[in-house]
Design a protein around this ligand. Structure first.
Ligand SMILES: C[S@@+](CC[C@H](N)C(=O)[O-])C[C@H]1O[C@@H](n2cnc3c(N)ncnc32)[C@H](O)[C@@H]1O
Length: 253
């Protein structure tokens, strides 16, 4: 049963989605006004009508909805890449992750959903405005219990030890290799997301100094090609998101 303070996803007849907090208030759309207080006591799967009789389906929002509706600052990691990070580094419930930089907190939110209530994420960020934005997004998504955002340059060091994964989305991940030696558990994963090929080359160059400490790296790029499925023509979409970034994975030995 829906309570005051719960998050709900309302979907109108055109498929437009609204992620809202239930409270005694009005929500205005182009299909007119919804009285949010009327949601209290209703169940997910039911429908509510605006005062002009337009129907909205009430759904429970999931991580994909929070990622789609969160406030954005700097460029976020796309879910297709976040999914590869989870799959290739074997991120699991209860894991302890160090992340940098937090940016808008999109990847943080994705990871926080995977590690669950038993897990922990400490996310380093050098910009106070981004740290505040990410904190707000994570609280709004209900992940504030397991994420700490630290205003600190990760190139200067990592304070935490016994870490399962270090996950980086910043310009020079090679500057974190030395710190990873002290904080990662043996077998722990180091993941670097970098948009440009020259960043990957520079990373490999520096990695030579650490080759006895890490497994051989693996670098991938993830391309997702959506399909148009129509009655008389089933084919790939003309447009696709071509390049986002490279993902480099290594493990501490
Ligand atoms: C592209 S954004 C990260 C986006 C984030 N992964 C997401 O999905 O929302 C890169 C962030 O790294 C931060 N950053 C850059 N260098 C850093 C450093 N040395 N230590 C901590 N944060 C850093 C930047 O301020 C920026 O917020």
């Amino acid at each position: 049963m829906i309570k005051e303070g719960d998050k709900v996803l309302l979907v109108d007849s055109r498929g437009k989605k609204y992620l809202l907090t239930v409270r005694d208030d009005e929500f205005h759309t182009d299909l007119r006004i919804i009285k949010l207080g009327e949601l209290i006591g209703m169940n997910f799967g039911e429908s509510i009508k605006s005062h002009k009789d337009k129907e909205f389906k009430i759904l429970k929002p999931r991580i994909v909805d929070f990622l789609a509706k969160m406030k954005r600052g700097p460029q976020t990691v796309h879910p297709k890449d976040a999914a590869q990070i989870v799959a290739y580094a074997g991120i699991s419930p209860g894991d302890f992750i160090i992340e940098a930089g937090v940016g808008s907190g999109a990847l943080t939110m994705f990871l926080a959903n995977i590690v669950g209530k038993e897990g922990r994420i400490v996310s380093y960020e050098i910009r106070e405005d981004f740290a505040n934005l990410a904190r707000k997004n994570l609280e709004w998504g209900g992940f504030g219990d397991r994420v700490e955002i630290k205003l600190k340059d990760i190139y200067e060091g990592i304070d935490e030890e016994d870490v399962d994964h270090i996950i980086l989305d910043l310009p020079q991940p090679e500057n974190v290799l030395e710190h990873a030696l002290n904080s990662l558990k043996p077998g722990g994963f180091f993941v670097a997301y970098t948009p440009c090929a020259n960043q990957v080359s520079r990373f490999y160059e520096r990695l030579r100094e650490y080759k006895e400490h890490f497994s051989r790296p693996k670098t991938i790029e993830c391309l997702v090609r959506e399909q148009e499925v129509k009655k008389n023509c089933f084919r790939p979409s003309t447009r696709m998101l071509a390049h986002t970034g490279y993902l480099t994975f290594l493990r501490k030995l």
